[in-house]
Design a protein around this ligand. Structure first.
Ligand SMILES: Nc1nc2c(c(=O)[nH]1)N[C@H]1C(S)=C(S)[C@@H](COP(=O)(O)OP(=O)(O)OC[C@H]3O[C@@H](n4cnc5c(=O)[nH]c(N)nc54)[C@H](O)[C@@H]3O)O[C@H]1N2
Ligand SMILES: Nc1nc2c(c(=O)[nH]1)N[C@H]1C(S)=C(S)[C@@H](COP(=O)(O)OP(=O)(O)OC[C@H]3O[C@@H](n4cnc5c(=O)[nH]c(N)nc54)[C@H](O)[C@@H]3O)O[C@H]1N2
Ligand code: SF4
Ligand SMILES: [Mo]
Length: 714
């Protein structure tokens, strides 16, 4: 164990705040850490939210798993040794493969896993199991923004510029992000923006803590951002505020996109969104007058069955006004999970190979197969998206290995997903704690966590970071890489699954070389010395075994390394012709609109003190005290109609099921909408209600709107 201070990063969200850890030994070889300020990391400059500050609580053995568990014939999960647990998983997977073929084995990953783990998981699925059936929870997160970004710019890096550009722009339209609760230290960037004379427009059906900071708050009906963006673009055109030279030189497809936007008259948009025409005009004025401006989206407009087109409409607005690829300007998505960006680049996604390569691209298959030392033809094709994969459990997919997600709480139509998981022939879960999903498993493996292992993450800016080990994991706990190494060996693959993260990273560099997300110029040493580097960062890689390039070992530390790419698209976009593409999109309703039986809209999201499915943060006393359970936020007018009383339980019923939680009455929400956070299992589980209608391109479920009935519980 190290005794000195270790500079590292938070285990939770995509901001990846820097923090210093000092080991606090427990005298028995284990222990926890103390978190102190790390001022040298520019993103948070020492500031942390309550989750980051209290993260060490989860290192204590009181709340975590410290022994593998296997289900005994009487149905009870009992402690077991590592060999028995790993043997059982290998047996479960190989029995399934023999009986039903490789695609009957599924793999589900997470955007919280380090790059090394995500990379290894994707390789494990394709090389060891030979299955196409792998996807991950990032599909539920930023997949619509990723799809929209690729369609318009040819590349998906959430933010194409560093956060430090935000205070230097003239106007930010922040669409469906509650930054003040979901990334509190980042609120500073918006404060500085306003101090510098820039303006902030927040688009959210609720007057959130973030919306309270805004110069202009637009509160559209959930699911109508597409129409809203088109209405703004209509006004931009009508007022002659387009940047014609930029459109001519740097874009394609304007005529069609313009025609589509012109069909969205401001009055029509007002009727759809509930945002008045004068407010639309004010937004256009604030956005167009300054020399630079940005649109940033988060889950609010993205988690819809039209999320990709909605992102496209916001990008159209940016392109028509000449923003992307100009200083302190453009479109960005605020990615969510700790490694939400890196986790979508290196192959745990259904259609993907490392370096953000496409699984159906023959050249990509050849390149990666060479690094992996396998026949390109042996690599399976693209598989199902996350919800479709979960929906196929126990029918087409009979065994599942799950690492880094808790879908019993976080998947849409969760009661159905839970039933699918229960009906599997075999379920193995690797986790830090006994999550609601791990509770259903045949084998549970206790794995090491953030402060106990080294690995890289890529934050929401595309900055690749080194998370460093500060303490030794407790006895009985092993790393995810160890798990995959041991399972591969048991399934007959002895080579190619190292347990040392740096060794994995060296291979990842080669696999990503020449791909859109090129990490080949990065080394652990550089990441440590430079406090993170933005991809793409091409560079010489040591042509180790399998690469076969014949150029011999390259110097891993060249004199003039590529500096990384903080800002993208300054000269050209990543499309074949270098131009950004407009998309011709039009308003369409949500998959489920309110009717006589289900007259109210439900939207869902987060609170500051809980993280995701709550598997981790519900085990931290201080956070639980601050946010002890689910609630239903509703407007006094709706409350009056229902006879609802603040703090008394309400039932929320959708076509998928029924949830019960106390009422929280507030004028901060639209009267036609109720809001529930999704962090809790059981009676208050918001995802019992949500609609798994999928976006046709991103396969994102419609977490942010469905039709419900709200009732008093007598
Ligand atoms: N405390 C905390 N922080 C987190 C997380 C967490 O679980 N807890 N999770 C992390 C992750 S993975 C993510 S993805 C990010 C998410 O970060 P955010 O996107 O900021 O989080 P959400 O609360 O899901 O949604 C943001 C806002 O969208 C609004 N909204 C709902 N429907 C609509 C709509 O139709 N249109 C618009 N414009 N807005 C709408 C909601 O009212 C909400 O205020 O947070 C990260 N940070
Ligand atoms: N209704 C509704 N539902 C939503 C959303 C919403 O806004 N509304 N948001 C969606 C979004 S954006 C997201 S990102 C998902 C997230 O939802 P989940 O995928 O459930 O995310 P987490 O709760 O972070 O689950 C991560 C699990 O992995 C474990 N874990 C943490 N680190 C490691 C590790 O290194 N290795 C292993 N093996 N395990 C680890 C944690 O203990 C936890 O059990 O929820 C989605 N669900
Ligand atoms: S904002 Fe995100 S990264 Fe920063 S301390 Fe909080 S949870 Fe951790
Ligand atoms: Mo997310």
């Amino acid at each position: 164990m190290q005794t000195s201070v270790t500079p590292t990063h938070c285990p939770y969200c995509a901001l990846q705040c820097g923090m210093n850890l000092t080991p606090v030994p427990d005298g028995a070889g284990g222990g926890t850490v103390e978190v102190t300020e790390r001022a040298d990391f520019p993103v948070n400059r020492g500031a942390l939210c309550g989750k980051g500050r209290t993260a060490p609580a989860l290192l204590s053995s009181r709340v975590r798993l410290t022994s593998p568990l296997v289900r005994s014939p009487d149905g009870v999960l009992r402690p077991a040794g590592w060999d028995e647990a790993l043997d059982r998983i290998a047996e479960g997977l190989s029995r399934t493969r023999t009986a039903y073929g490789p695609d009957a084995c599924g793999v589900f990953g997470g955007g919280g896993l380090t790059n090394e783990k995500a990379y290894t998981l994707g390789k494990f699925a394709r090389v060891v199991l030979g299955t196409s059936q792998i996807d991950y929870n990032g599909r539920f997160c930023m997949s619509s923004a990723a799809a929209g970004g690729i369609r318009a710019f040819g590349l998906d890096r959430g933010l194409p510029f560093p956060l430090e550009d935000i205070p230097r722009t003239g106007c930010v339209i922040l669409v469906g992000s509650n930054l003040a609760e979901t990334m509190p230290p980042a609120l500073r960037y918006l404060t500085e923006l306003r101090e510098n004379g820039g303006t902030l427009i927040v688009v959210d059906p609720r007057r959130t803590r973030t919306a309270e900071q805004a110069d202009l708050h637009l509160a559209p009906r959930p699911g109508t951002d597409l129409a809203l963006a088109l209405g703004l673009l209509h006004l931009v055109v009508a007022q002659g505020r387009t940047d014609e030279a930029y459109i001519r030189e740097r874009t394609s497809g304007w005529a069609e996109a313009r025609a589509a936007a012109m069909a969205h008259w401001p009055e029509y948009v007002e009727r759809i969104t509930g945002v008045s025409v004068p407010r639309l005009r004010e937004a256009v004025r604030l956005f167009c007058e300054p020399e630079s401006a940005m649109v940033l989206t988060a889950r609010g407009p993205e988690q819809h069955s039209k999320g990709t087109d909605t992102v496209g409409a916001w990008i159209n607005l940016c392109l028509a006004t000449g923003r992307p690829g100009r200083p302190f300007s453009g479109y960005g998505c605020l990615t969510g999970q700790g490694n939400g960006q890196g986790g979508r680049e290196h192959g745990q996604k259904a259609d993907q190979l490392p370096g953000y390569r496409k699984l159906d691209d023959p050249a990509a298959r050849r390149h990666v197969a060479e690094v992996w030392d396998v026949d390109p033809d042996s690599l399976p094709g693209p598989g199902r998206s996350a919800y479709e994969l979960l929906d196929a459990l126990s029918t087409d997919i009979r065994a599942l290995l799950l690492m880094g997600s808790n879908p019993v709480v976080s998947a849409p139509r969760a009661a159905h997903v839970e039933e699918r998981l229960r009906s599997l022939d075999f379920l193995a879960v690797a986790d830090v704690v006994l999550s609601e999903t791990a509770e259903l498993a045949d084998v549970v493996l206790p794995v090491a966590q953030w402060a106990e292992e080294t690995g890289t993450t890529t934050n929401l800016e595309g900055r690749v970071l080194l998370r460093r080990q500060a303490i030794t994991p407790p006895d009985g706990v092993r790393s995810d890489l160890h798990v995959m190494h041991e399972l591969a060996a048991r399934l007959g693959v002895e080579k190619g699954f190292p347990t040392d993260p740096e060794e994995v990273f060296e291979e990842l560099r080669r696999a990503s070389e020449g791909g859109p997300a090129d990490y080949s110029g990065l080394t652990y040493r550089r990441l440590a010395e430079e406090n993170g580097v933005f991809w793409p960062c091409p560079g010489p890689v040591d042509s180790g075994s399998g690469s076969g390039s014949g150029s011999g070992p390259a110097d891993p530390h060249p004199a003039d390394p590529h500096p990384g790419t903080p800002r993208l698209f300054l000269d050209r976009f990543a499309t074949p012709d270098g131009r950004a593409r407009f998309v011709a999109v039009g308003h369409r309703p949500s998959a489920e609109e309110p009717d006589a039986e289900y007259p109210v809209l439900l939207t869902t999201g987060r609170v500051v003190s809980q993280y995701q499915s709550g598997a981790q943060t519900r085990r931290v006393d201080e956070l639980n005290a601050a946010a002890p359970g689910a609630f239903v936020e509703l407007h006094p007018r709706l409350a009056e109609r229902l006879g609802a009383v603040d703090g008394e339980p309400l039932a929320v019923v959708s076509r998928r099921g029924r949830a019960v939680a106390p009422a929280r009455i507030t004028t901060a929400i639209r009267p036609d909408t109720v809001f529930m956070p999704f962090h809790w299992p059981g009676e208050g589980r918001a995802n019992t209600l949500t609609n798994p209608a999928l976006d046709p391109i991103s396969r994102m479920p419609e977490f942010k709107t469905c039709a419900v009935r709200v009732e008093r519980v007598s």
